[in-house]
Write a protein that binds this ligand. Structure first.
Ligand code: FES
Length: 127
């Protein structure tokens, strides 16, 4: 799968919201740093976090086992199944929030906002 990514901290800086329909179009026009906005390919068998690291990006993580939410991302477009065992409550998985250390997109293309640990509903779960 090809993943287009955006740093959640950029949303805060620009006053954008996860729900904005044209979020990635606005990001494309904003002249962002390559670590904040870009794309990479996820090899089959890699988690999204592993794919980001293979491509030279330092995305947040701690436990690498679905137990801490440091690696949380929001799936804005595309399919990224959530494994059965992890710490996220259903309210967050229903909103498309996933843990990048234990999952990866399965659709050909996906739009992902990383650094979701700064979203208040996620940060209150941080361990
Ligand atoms: Fe802890 Fe992913 S790094 S849940």
């Amino acid at each position: 799968p090809m993943v287009e990514f955006l740093n959640f901290e950029v949303l805060e800086d620009h006053g954008w919201a996860l729900e904005d329909e044209d979020l990635f179009a606005k990001a494309a026009d904003a002249n962002l740093q390559s670590s904040d906005f870009g794309r990479f390919y996820v090899d089959p068998n890699d988690t999204l976090l592993e794919a980001a690291e293979k491509n030279g990006f330092a995305w947040p993580f701690a436990c690498r086992g679905g137990a801490c939410t440091n690696c949380a991302v929001a799936v804005v477009d595309g399919e990224m199944p959530s494994p059965a065992s992890h710490i996220l409550p259903p309210e967050l998985t229903e909103k498309g929030i996933r843990l990048s250390c234990i999952a990866a997109p399965v659709s050909d293309d996906a739009k992902i906002v990383y650094n979701l640990k700064h979203l208040p509903e996620v940060s209150e779960l941080l361990l």
